[in-house]
Design a protein around this ligand. Structure first.
Ligand SMILES: Nc1ncnc2c1ncn2[C@@H]1O[C@H](COP(=O)(O)OP(=O)(O)OP(=O)(O)O)[C@@H](O)[C@H]1O
Ligand SMILES: [Mg+2]
Length: 299
């Protein structure tokens, strides 16, 4: 079984308006509501690829109930922990030519809630996959992903981490099977600009020296670089299409890579690229038909 963890799931409230004037009453021309969070996004794209997963994480209040319902409608099995107080966050995305975001803080997660997550993680078995994706609420310390990897380290579990900064650096000593920084996240770790495949490979190598086994660096419209544990380097371009909204392209890429791995790294990188593209070329997340269509550009 594949498990994803989302610490801070959200309702995205996307409002379109012709103009945004601060300090005035503004009216929306249209609005949409989406449910997500990085781990949930990975689970949703896995579902499109016909791979079952269980989304773990924390929900609270009436917004949490809405997220649970929305996730079920995406065809994703979830096993969320209900927090005793607060409300799962709402992220407001105002689209008025340019995009302004106001992301909620989210409920506090206490040690007793974390203990409940660890209890669920104790049920993982050899051969399972665990995907930790996204940032964590401010109330938690940035060793939480490291604690999780330590907790499952006595089992033969394939671990994938998509995080940035210290949250990512802290897990490297637990030798995660896969990490997927994007080029800016990779650059920030080393205080450099990563703007070519060569630089991506160079700094992916440094992360390997620090403990990561396989490093997949996504570079948005410039494609991706995969440095395998064996030292073999793969590069992949992107699919052709019209970009609509690339948020979640990296989560989709991770889902495609994990789903494609049984067929080997070459295939996994192609499926990852098709999934990333399918999300970038649609308003929401990648859907099966679009992924299949884009796959035909790559094989
Ligand atoms: N403009 C684009 N055109 C074609 N493919 C794209 C585009 N943007 C992203 N992709 C595909 O998706 C992959 C992941 O994109 P990106 O590097 O933007 O991820 P990310 O920054 O981690 O995104 P997020 O964190 O929002 O999920 C890219 O390697 C590429 O294959
Ligand atoms: Mg990302």
């Amino acid at each position: 079984m594949i498990y994803t963890v989302t610490f801070n799931p959200a309702i995205d409230y996307i409002v379109h308006t012709d103009a945004l004037n601060l300090g005035e009453v503004n009216r929306a021309s249209s609005e949409e509501i989406c449910f997500g969070g990085k781990g949930i996004n990975v689970s949703a794209v896995l579902a499109q690829l016909g791979r079952e997963s269980t989304a773990l994480g924390f929900t609270a209040g009436f917004t949490g109930e809405a997220i649970e319902k929305g996730v079920a409608e995406m065809g994703v099995k979830a096993d969320f922990i209900r927090l005793p107080s607060g409300d799962s966050r709402i992220n407001v995305k105002i689209k008025s030519g340019q995009e302004t975001e106001l992301n909620g803080r989210g409920p506090d997660i206490g040690e007793s809630d974390i203990a409940k997550l660890f209890c669920k993680l104790s049920q993982l078995r050899d051969g399972d996959t665990l995907i930790l994706a996204g940032s964590i609420p401010g109330s938690l310390s940035d060793d939480i992903y490291q604690r999780i990897l330590s907790h499952v380290s006595d089992k033969d579990i394939m671990t994938a981490v998509d995080a940035s900064g210290k949250l990512l650096l802290n897990v490297l000593k637990y030798r995660p099977y896969l990490i997927k920084p994007n080029h800016s996240e990779l650059g920030e770790l080393f205080g450099v600009t990563v703007d070519t495949a060569e630089k991506a490979a160079e700094y992916a190598g440094k992360l390997q020296e620090m403990g990561a086994r396989n490093v997949l660096v996504s570079m948005a419209g410039d494609g991706s670089v995969l440095l395998e544990e064996s030292g073999r380097l793969h590069t992949c371009g992107v699919c052709k299409g019209t970009v609509r909204n690339s948020v979640g392209a990296g989560d989709s890429m991770l889902a495609g890579f994990i789903a494609g791995l049984p067929e080997g790294c070459d295939y996994a990188l192609k499926l990852a690229t098709a999934c990333g593209g399918a999300t970038a070329f649609s308003d929401g997340l990648a859907r099966r038909e679009e992924i299949e269509e884009l796959m035909s550009q790559l094989v």
